[in-house]
Design a protein around this ligand. Structure first.
Ligand code: HEC
Length: 198
């Protein structure tokens, strides 16, 4: 592209100031240059409006967070020696918790209720912070994995080993996502049966 044509008889316009002897031309900017400038300004405005103000465009951060959560979930699921800290980390990972929720909806809700509120005479309430068979993440994991025996008798909570450690860990993480670390209380099974189910 050529700058705006300058007739032969036209003298270049020169600004009146000079800095260290350097003079400045005052020419009309070429159209393609002006077009690029104004188009960029218009685009920036529309982009700002769509991305940050009205939220019309999908937010990259949401997609990024979901990808990072899925990545962390895979790393956590690959941990060989599961421990308390890993279980609590899992309980804060949305991907793992969603996996656990799916397991719960498929296998556990029939005895523990759709919202973990418990079913009288069938399964304990799991939504409160009272825990009969151990008040740590690892105890909950073992109770789900191995089943619960009380007074030498199976209690109706059968071992879920067949799920595999990763899915048992995920459903444990789902239960823990409703708890606060260090705030799970131990409760005696024989003394307050009314608190175990609604
Ligand atoms: C056939 C019914 C049944 C199913 C299905 C079932 N549970 Fe249970 N669960 C029980 C019963 C009954 C108890 C209480 C044991 C007792 O009487 O001491 C229990 C206890 C528990 C406990 C211990 C609660 C505490 O206070 O310590 C956890 C955790 C638990 N279940 C999780 C699960 C999960 C997760 C699933 C799904 C993978 C599941 N249960 C499926 C019947 C069931």
């Amino acid at each position: 592209m050529t700058p705006s044509p300058m007739q032969d008889d036209e003298q270049p316009v020169i600004m009146p100031h000079a800095y260290d002897g350097i003079r400045e031309y005052d020419q009309r900017l070429p159209n393609w240059w002006l077009f690029t400038l104004f188009a960029s300004i218009a685009f920036a405005f529309v982009y700002w409006l769509a991305n940050f103000t009205t939220g019309t465009l999908p937010d990259d951060r949401v997609a990024l967070d979901a990808e990072l959560a899925a990545l962390e979930a895979r790393q956590l699921a690959a941990v060989k020696d599961l421990d308390e800290a890993t279980l609590w980390k899992m309980s804060r990972n949305p991907t793992t918790v969603a996996e656990g929720q799916a397991v719960y909806a498929g296998l556990c809700f029939s005895c523990h209720g759709p919202r973990m509120e418990g079913i009288k005479g069938v399964g304990f309430r799991l939504s409160d912070d009272l825990w009969v068979h151990g008040n740590t993440g690892m105890a909950v994991f073992r109770n789900i994995n191995d089943g619960v025996v009380f007074d030498g008798k199976p209690t109706g909570m059968a071992a879920q080993k067949a799920l595999g450690a990763a899915r048992v860990a995920a459903v444990t993480a789902y239960l823990l996502s409703f708890q606060q670390q260090g705030r799970m209380q131990a409760i005696d099974r024989t003394k307050e049966p009314s608190q175990l189910t609604p």
